[in-house]
Design a protein around this ligand. Structure first.
Ligand code: MG
Length: 159
């Protein structure tokens, strides 16, 4: 088989702070997120999609919150590590599609920078990376502004 598919999902609650890391981009906001690492839901969902495509477990297995090494970690390190795991097994990301779910902050103005950061970390063309966003119509925890969620899908192809 020359293709594999994976999906990922991540959530972080808002907490104290003045910015949120989303897709490797520092987005100013009146809240931060509660997390052991930098709490980047886009990159965490993407890592889970990449790992899931090869049935390599999940981000919690590879970067356990109990490990002090990952305290406050830049999640781009996680993405690059997952990419290495794929590449050493003869795979690379063909394309990835991410959806951010939140009422605020607004994602649109930052989506291009997020695509660029992800494309650089994966070593693939920006055209292969999609970052989009939706609100949940003020319903549920994302709708009430209690947290932020992201979903990711990725296709792997043989290198
Ligand atoms: Mg997470």
């Amino acid at each position: 088989m020359n293709i594999r598919i994976g999906q990922g999902y991540d959530v972080h609650a808002f907490g104290e702070g003045d910015h949120v890391m989303i897709g490797g981009v520092r987005v100013p906001h009146e809240r931060g997120v509660l997390a052991h690492s930098d709490g980047d839901v886009v990159l965490h969902a993407l890592c889970d999609a990449m790992l899931g495509a090869l049935a390599l477990g999940d981000i919690g297995v590879h970067f356990p919150p109990s490990d002090q090494r990952w305290k406050g970690a830049d999640s781009r390190v996680f993405v690059r590590h997952c990419n290495e795991l794929l590449r050493e097994r003869g795979w690379c990301v063909g394309n990835a599609d991410v959806t951010v779910v939140c009422e605020r902050p607004k994602i649109g103005p930052h989506a291009q920078a997020m695509r660029e950061a992800i494309a650089v970390d994966l070593g693939i063309d920006i055209d292969a990376i999609s970052v989009k966003a939706t609100t949940s119509e003020r319903l549920g925890f994302t709708g009430r502004g209690e947290g932020i969620a992201a979903l990711a899908a990725c296709l792997l192809v043989r290198t």
